[in-house]
Design a protein. Structure first.
Lengths: 306, 236
């Protein structure tokens, strides 16, 4: 029994990363109706670049090796910048050329291209093997009853929840949040209100880049290792979590992310690590048949949820 | 004084010409109506004036400035707003948020006061300010669309088929409201399917057919013209 409970605790902690990445997916799909495939590699780039500058310092000999926190900060900033480049070259470019880009598969395909390019560039530079990312508090645990709770993981979970809460307040109460919600529903009417859509769309990409960055940092700190394939592995499950929670629903991302984390921990415990993907996606497909809009999704799939 | 002055305006969608060499003026505090059958180019004309679709030829001057190439936000800021066909309110936002979206381009401190003024004008909206706009009736949605446009502090409001889909009672209230707004100093460019009421309220009228101006002049004159029936029956 205690073992099962321990797995649930582990799963919830694991969920923190999924929640944050799922939220990044949710933002671009909820506001722009754009499934942004660059989110998994952005998550990976944060962690890999943080590792690289922690190990070797900034490129071109600008600095020596950086300490772990500074390195993560640099990784997050870089991720946000890449996210803006992606916006410029996928979403905005296609929109200028073809009108409402969301009606086309082209931005989706070009973001898929970014996924492969970013991942392979990192692979060329640093290989596929895991690298150790050392922080001073990897082994800080607290004991509750008979359960072991990792302190960094617990803090990560609170951080993820705080970000979700902050983001939902931002969307609900600020002028920019209002404009983003109006774009989610009807970009043409937003334009008539005087919203400069091309200036506010990058805000979505900055936010989703920031979320990827935070998730990458959480992963690096909690697991103490980073590798070029981590984006794919986590991104897959984050998409599962997003769909399970409800496309475009911010609060759904929390539920979905945590549920996927728990399912994963339980499958590892009961059936072994190789079964995880099959079980997570198998259950997801079943859930989709029963409730296609997800746990917190609305009836319509697609735009206008935030 | 001339507020809006359009000359030689042309709008195209691909190879289709929707509006060709249209001249039109709206004076300060004037109501002008644009009439014509479906597909005559009325909506395209309004959308080009607002800047949603580009003008392929011609010039648009507003308040003495050439705005032909200005973007939509700057046109809104300069006091030109469009209440689009089908209202296009944000049904997933609250009534209050819809109104605040109308004030999006404003940065002054009077927004809260002006929102309250809209609620005073439309008590039905005040009762539902925290409800999603999707629950409003068609007439209330049209009031919301107009209230939202008013919050941009416009000098010229363009209305595209405001009475579409409204009950006769609400149609009458809509025209009363247009009259009231005009008496408060707002210039209005009105596209309407309800020809007789539009001609009654407007000082001048312009009749479009297949994107071109058929006749333009004082409403009474246009109302008497044979071309009016021709334009609608297509017997031209």
């Amino acid at each position: 029994m205690i073992l099962i409970l321990q797995q649930i605790v582990n799963g919830v902690m694991l969920g923190a990363v999924y929640v944050t990445v799922a939220l990044a997916f949710n933002l671009t799909i909820g506001i722009l109706n754009f499934l942004n495939f660059t989110i998994p590699p952005l998550f990976m780039v944060t962690a890999m670049f943080a590792w690289a500058v922690a190990e070797h310092g900034l490129p071109f000999g600008l600095t020596g090796p950086l300490n772990w926190a500074l390195a993560l900060g640099v990784g997050i900033v870089l991720t946000i910048l890449i996210s803006l480049v992606v916006e410029r070259l996928t979403f905005r470019y296609m929109k200028a050329r073809y009108g409402d880009a969301t009606e086309h598969a082209i931005p989706l395909v070009s973001s898929l291209g970014f996924l492969l390019i970013l991942e392979n560039l990192v692979r060329i530079a640093y290989g596929t093997e895991p690298h150790r990312f050392a922080t001073p508090f990897q082994d800080l645990n607290i004991r509750v009853g008979g359960l072991i709770v990792s302190l960094p993981q617990l803090l990560s979970l609170f951080l993820a929840l705080a970000i979700v809460f902050g983001l939902s307040r931002m969307l609900a109460t600020t002028k920019t949040g209002r404009a983003l919600r109006s774009i989610a529903e009807n970009p043409d009417a937003s334009l008539l209100m005087g919203v400069d859509v091309s200036r506010i769309v990058p805000v979505v990409f900055v936010l989703s880049g920031l979320l990827c960055g935070v998730a990458g940092a959480i992963f690096a700190v909690n697991y103490g290792q980073v590798y070029s394939g981590m984006g794919n592995e986590i991104g897959n499950k984050a998409i599962a979590g997003m769909v399970l929670g409800g496309l475009g629903s911010i609060w759904g991302a929390i539920a979905g992310g945590v549920i996927v984390g728990v399912i994963e921990a339980m499958s590892v415990h009961l059936f072994g690590g190789d079964t995880v993907q099959a079980i997570v996606w198998g259950l997801l497909l079943v859930a989709l048949i029963v409730r296609p809009q997800g746990l917190f999704g609305h009836n319509a799939i697609g735009k206008g949820k935030l | 004084m001339t507020l809006l002055e359009i000359s030689g305006l042309e709008v195209r969608y691909g190879r289709n010409v929707a509006v060709k060499s249209v001249d039109l003026t709206v004076a300060d505090r004037q109501i002008v109506t644009v009439l014509g059958a479906n597909g005559a180019g009325k909506s395209s004309l309004l959308r080009a004036i607002q800047g949603v679709v580009p003008a392929r030829a011609g010039t648009i001057r507003f308040d003495g400035r050439d705005i032909t190439t200005s973007d939509v936000p700057s046109r809104v800021r300069s006091g030109l707003v469009l209440v689009p066909e089908g209202r296009q309110i944000f049904v997933s936002l609250t009534v209050q948020d819809n109104l605040l979206m109308g004030a999006y381009t404003r940065h002054d401190a009077d927004v809260t006061r002006d929102v309250e003024a809209i609620y005073t004008r439309f008590p039905n909206l005040a009762m539902r300010r925290d409800k999603l706009a999707g629950v409003l009736s068609g007439g209330e949605q049209q009031m919301l669309a107009i209230g939202r446009a008013l919050l941009a502090k416009p000098r010229l409001m363009m209305l595209d088929e405001p009475s579409l889909g409204l009950s006769p009672l609400f149609v009458q209230r809509m025209f009363d409201l247009i009259g009231d707004l005009n008496r408060d100093g707002l210039a209005i460019l009105l596209v309407e399917q309800n020809t007789s009421m539009a001609l009654q309220i407007a000082e001048r009228a312009t009749l479009l057919e297949l994107g071109s101006v058929l006749i333009s002049g004082p409403s009474a004159e246009v109302g008497r013209s044979e071309m009016l029936t021709q334009a609608y029956l297509g017997a031209h």
